[in-house]
Design a protein around this ligand. Structure first.
Ligand code: FES
Length: 288
């Protein structure tokens, strides 16, 4: 994805081509993870838990420094360990999102990832000192985790740029609404051949994937929810060949109900009811 940009992140990343080398390296490592389906909101929960946990850690550390309330020391340590654990899952899920990006979006994601890794290493160093060090070294540990948190905040900024600026992992059908009433799709039922999809447009311009499967006509959105791939150019897969595989990154959707069967897409396609009118044309309307 690329779009005209006017942000600090863009100004930096547009020139930092050195990030491409890291991106290729990590992409080779990640390859394959992204085929695991997983609901996008859970990824958001993981990111939130990580940033929130580390932020709470810094707040508790600060409280201890100000008040001398040492009873909370173990609370801080617990927050550090718990946040680190959620960060591992968060980083893994973030890599799956990033793996199919390109150009400046990819570089931005790489920078986000490198900053996250740097922050994580510093948090581990802080934990190491907290657990094994003498009491007078705790201030050093707190200083290190505070620096790590600042790096984390910058990483989060670039992570936000990925979602809000480039639309990484945003459902490409999020703003699509099909017709509430029956609408002719300019496809004749007699012209449909088994498993040879055609693309029809609703009056509002929504691209609809129309296909006949074993005598029944089905219709779902034609734009892949992952990154906009054209599903009508995909291939039929699944035991009964009722799933269409996106030609861009391999997401699979059940053509009968629109469900996402395999990632990287995490959202299903909008589904349309179909019927054939007296003139022999296929009509569709949105379900639900
Ligand atoms: S656009 Fe990425 S799987 Fe379809």
């Amino acid at each position: 994805m690329s779009s005209p940009r006017n942000t600090i992140a863009h100004a930096l990343v547009a020139r930092w081509k050195w990030l491409d080398g890291f991106a290729s390296f990590f992409s080779a490592i990640v390859g394959g993870f992204y085929k695991i389906p997983g609901p996008g909101p859970i990824k958001t929960l993981l990111h939130g838990a990580t940033v929130g946990g580390y932020t709470a850690l810094v707040a508790v550390d600060l409280f201890i420094l100000i008040t001398g309330e040492t009873a909370l020391v173990r609370v801080a340590d617990f927050l550090l360990v718990a946040s680190f654990i959620t960060s591992l899952a968060s980083i893994a899920s973030g890599l799956t999102d990033w793996n199919e990006t390109d150009a400046e979006e990819r570089r931005t994601g790489m920078l986000h990832g490198l900053l996250m890794v740097t922050a994580s290493i510093l948090f581990v160093v802080s934990l190491w000192i907290r657990i094994g060090g003498a009491a007078d070294q705790r201030t050093i540990a707190v200083a290190i985790s505070t620096v790590a948190w600042l790096i984390l905040a910058v990483a989060a900024y670039f992570g936000g740029e990925m979602v809000f600026g480039y639309g990484t992992e945003v459902n490409r059908q999020a703003w699509v609404s099909g017709p509430a009433k029956w609408e002719a799709l300019e496809v004749t039922a007699s012209g449909l051949e088994d498993r040879k999809p055609v693309v029809a447009k609703t009056k509002k311009g929504v691209a609809v994937f129309v296909a006949k499967l074993d005598g029944t006509i089905y219709a779902i959105g034609n734009t892949c929810t992952h990154a906009g791939g054209p599903l009508n150019e995909g291939t039929w897969v699944g035991e009964d060949r009722c799933e269409i595989q996106c030609p861009w990154h391999g997401s699979r959707f059940c053509v009968k109900d629109g469900d996402a069967k395999r990632g990287p897409a995490t959202f299903g396609e909008p589904r349309f009811e179909t019927r054939v009118n007296d003139a022999g044309s296929v009509e569709g309307r949105a379900t639900g």
